[in-house]
Design a protein around this ligand. Structure first.
Ligand SMILES: [Zn+2]
Ligand SMILES: [Zn+2]
Length: 417
């Protein structure tokens, strides 16, 4: 049973509810460009994950077979009082490992390169929760190996991982201020807002997943103060709505420093040193200035309102597409979803460019609508899939009506408002 897939409809409902409250109260917690970029990153992680997430399973499988000290029987994890205590122990143990994984993800450069994606949003709402990295599969699993060595069953650990992830969804909101005594034990929206801050006082704090206890225990706890409102985001802004680039940005600047620095020790060391550390020669030759948070402005390129609405409508298509792709993956496996995933990725890139107001965006989008989409239908037909008349009409209407709308809304000279 895939708990995360089951939770997706609830995620969408909660998000729509928060969006509605935001609209009614005019709180300004949502901007369509930022939310589209965050959810696009989540879609990229999900779809790339179809091809990458076997790696953690291989590592964990190896640990279970060759390194396990004990074997805790799966049937101990039942619904009796004792069984529930075992479940609770597994969930707490998982959260403990998560704390250290998350802390190192902030403190070590190469791990930050993967995790930074989650922090790039300069808004804070439920869409931020879906903003997940696509390269987490590289190292994340290593931090949970002790649980496999102890001998927890794989099924149990996969379940508590899902529960941990699902729990973390709801803390990404500004609509809930404080939760009284629960603030002492649990990770709450208030604690996690601090975690997403770039203010000096809040940075590198509150790493827990479900519990804030670890932070209190290991000295990384900071409460949210009413005197200092949180400024969300990262210190080197993404300044971009391309979900692919979001995943590469930090690797790119580490690679730049690694290439250009003189000493071999630094070329290698740069990846494993504390986040933010740079070799002296690089700091001298390519100095980076600190951001002035007093004058902080969110990345928000202006585009014609019609283009913004067009992007929102096409994003609805992306949501429908990923739900369908998820279903196809569950029934037919990874090879069946390669082509639909490529089509989705093209759409996500195109939406990013449109929201950036790039001149090339309209051309890219027209190519996607008028060339790529019909070509996909043709390739499906040639590969033996049955294509009904309704599908042909549907694709034609989508391509022609989409192009007409886009040309009306964003003729090149009007694309930039
Ligand atoms: Zn984090
Ligand atoms: Zn978060």
């Amino acid at each position: 049973m895939d708990l995360i897939a089951l939770a997706v409809p609830f995620f969408l409902l909660a998000l729509l509810l928060e969006l509605f409250v935001d609209w009614r109260k005019k709180t300004g917690y949502y901007r369509s460009n930022d939310a589209i970029n965050s959810i696009s990153a989540g879609m990229l992680d999900t779809t790339l994950g179809y091809f990458t997430k076997f790696l953690p399973l291989l590592g964990w499988g190896f640990a279970m077979q060759h390194l396990a000290l004990f074997e805790i029987p799966l049937d101990w994890f039942n619904l009796s009082l004792r069984g529930l205590a075992w479940w609770a122990l597994a969930a707490i143990a998982w959260d403990f490992c998560y704390y250290w994984f998350h802390r190192f993800s902030h403190e070590i450069s190469i791990l930050w390169a993967a995790h930074a994606v989650h922090h790039q949003s300069e808004d804070y709402n439920l869409s931020t929760a879906l903003r997940q990295t696509s390269t987490g599969f590289l190292f994340g699993w290593i931090f949970y190996l002790p649980l496999f060595v102890v001998g927890f069953p794989l099924e149990v650990l996969i379940t508590v991982n899902a529960v941990n992830l699902i729990y973390q969804f709801w803390v990404h909101t500004q609509l809930i201020r404080r939760l009284g005594p629960l603030e002492a034990v649990l990770m709450t929206p208030s604690h996690h807002r601090v975690h997403h801050a770039q203010n000096e006082r809040y940075i590198d704090k509150n790493y827990g997943g479900m519990f804030i206890l670890w932070d209190r225990l290991f000295g990384s706890y900071e409460p949210e103060s009413d005197d200092e409102p949180v400024v969300f985001g990262v210190r080197k802004p993404l300044a971009n709505w391309n979900p692919f680039w979001a995943n590469l940005q930090v690797y790119d600047y580490l690679w730049f420093d690694s290439r250009k620095t003189k000493r071999w020790r630094d070329k290698l060391g740069i990846w494993f040193r504390r986040t933010g550390w740079r070799p002296a020669d690089m700091q001298a030759r390519y100095p980076k200035s600190r951001v002035d948070l007093a004058h902080f402005e969110k990345f928000d390129p202006e585009v014609a309102p019609g283009v913004r609405r067009y992007a929102v409508a096409q994003f609805g298509v992306a949501i429908a597409a990923i739900l369908w792709i998820g279903d196809l993956f569950a029934t037919s496996g990874a090879s069946a979803v390669i082509v639909p995933c490529i089509a989705l990725w093209a759409l996500l890139l195109s939406l990013g460019w449109l929201n950036e107001g790039r001149q090339a965006a309209v051309a890219l989008e027209l190519i996607r609508l008028l060339v790529v989409t019909p070509a996909l239908l043709l390739s499906a037909y040639l590969s033996g899939m049955e294509i009904g008349l309704a599908a042909v009409i549907g694709v034609t209407v989508y391509a022609v009506a989409g192009s007409a709308w886009l040309l009306g809304a964003g003729r090149n000279q009007e694309l930039l408002a």
